[in-house]
Design a protein around this ligand. Structure first.
Ligand SMILES: [Zn+2]
Length: 413
């Protein structure tokens, strides 16, 4: 464990070591300084366990984290929990990132807890032994308890999701409300296709806050055109949900709100871009004391903006549809004209053929038949082609044939 009581005053030996290192001291110098300062108190049995008040001793080693241990080698929940906590964080988290982010989170939680009369402690200082140890425990005056974890080492595999699920269940079994904050690095959002990517681990932490219900009501109240533009023929459940990501260095929580498909929860449709909320706002306790509020109270405006976007989208879709309709009407008209033209041409040909025959008989009345003239053979060829095209061709190739023939023979044949 990192903390012990000296004359009822808490000494966090780990934090003192880190602070000195940050001032630029080498590890051996840090160890010497702390030895000079605290070794005799340890030898005189002055350090007590914050959990069970038994005597503890200071252990300083150059290659390990500084800590206290029970002098009689007995264990209490604190020392057990601290060991569990350390090993879990080492295994699952990005250690430097987690340490820095946790320190920032602590500062803001201290503020929230002070104004709400909530007791804030490190998870490992819980009075009974836990199999999963959270970063922080919040104890409300009405007896309610939260377990808060800052998660930096998200993995996409099923194993990670299972361990997170187990962690959550353990918290619930111990009557904690579990609160997981993923590091904002894991927020993957694509505005063009309105998508936020969620792996199994994240899916476990999707929540539905008061703001999500307001968004849901808003969407349900939209007219059907806008709703269709939003759903785009996909099987989304009409229920807005959200994820909160922690951005410690920006001092923000990033909230993303979205719909999910019924059958595949990884298929999402975001309703708004990630909303950046300053930590002190986002980490306000909600009315039911069941979660943080995760909002900056400007969301009415965001909803109106979202509606305008949908209206624009609908307008675009409408324009496109009208355009396509016009195009189709134009094509139909063109085809109709071509067919009309061909019929007229055919009519003309028929008339001419009759005329020709009449001419032929007129001019050859008293001359004996000797064979087909060049003019007659051309007429025969045209007639044969026409009947062939009529027999074999569907509408489209029929039209092509007409076009081809019209070109070949000229309008009058
Ligand atoms: Zn103890």
């Amino acid at each position: 464990m990192n903390v012990a009581l000296l004359n009822d005053y808490e000494i966090d030996i780990e934090r003192l070591g880190i602070e000195l290192e940050e001032q630029g001291y080498e590890r051996y110098e840090v160890k010497k300084q702390l030895d000079d300062r605290y070794r005799r108190f340890s030898q005189k049995g002055d350090f007590r366990c914050v959990c069970c008040d038994e005597q503890v001793e200071m252990v300083l080693s150059e290659d390990k984290v500084f800590f206290f241990r029970h002098s009689d080698k007995e264990k209490c929940s604190y020392s057990e929990n601290h060991k569990t906590y350390k090993s879990q964080k080492e295994k699952l988290e990005n250690a430097p990132k987690h340490r820095a982010g946790k320190a920032i989170l602590r500062t803001y939680l201290e503020g929230t807890c002070k104004t709400n009369d909530i007791r804030l402690t490190d998870g490992y200082r819980f009075k009974s032994t836990l199999t999963f140890v959270p970063d922080f425990i919040l104890e409300f005056s009405n007896g309610q308890r939260w377990a808060i974890d800052y998660l930096t080492g998200l993995k996409t595999d099923r194993k990670y999701a299972n361990s997170l699920n187990k962690r959550r269940h353990t918290y619930i079994q111990h009557h904690f409300t579990p609160i997981f904050l993923f590091d904002s690095y894991w927020l993957a959002y694509e505005p063009e296709i309105h998508h936020v990517s969620l792996v199994d681990g994240e899916l476990l932490c999707v929540s539905q806050t008061k703001q999500d219900y307001l968004w849901t009501d808003f969407i349900c109240g939209l007219d059907s055109n806008l709703k269709n533009a939003l759903l785009n023929n996909r099987p989304f459940k009409l229920q807005v949900k959200s994820m909160a990501y922690f951005a410690p260095h920006e001092r923000e929580i990033n909230i993303i709100r979205f719909l999910q498909e019924n059958e595949n929860l990884r298929k999402t449709r975001t309703v708004y871009k990630p909303i950046k909320v300053p930590l002190e706002k986002a980490l306000t306790i909600n009315h039911e004391q069941s979660d943080f509020i995760y909002t900056n109270e400007k969301e009415d405006g965001y909803r109106e903006e979202f509606k305008r976007e949908l209206e624009q989208m609908y307008q675009q879709q409408e324009n496109q549809r009208k355009q396509q309709e016009l195009e189709r009407a134009r094509k139909e008209e063109e085809e109709r004209k071509q067919i009309e033209f061909y019929r007229a041409w055919e009519e003309e040909q028929k008339k001419k053929a009759t005329q020709n025959t009449r001419d032929y008989y007129d001019s050859t009345a008293d001359v004996p038949f000797t064979g087909r003239t060049k003019h007659q053979m051309d007429a025969d060829l045209k007639r044969d082609m026409k009947s062939l095209q009529r027999k074999n061709h569907s509408n489209n190739s029929y039209l092509q044939a007409i076009q081809h023939m019209s070109k070949y023979y000229g309008v009058d044949g």
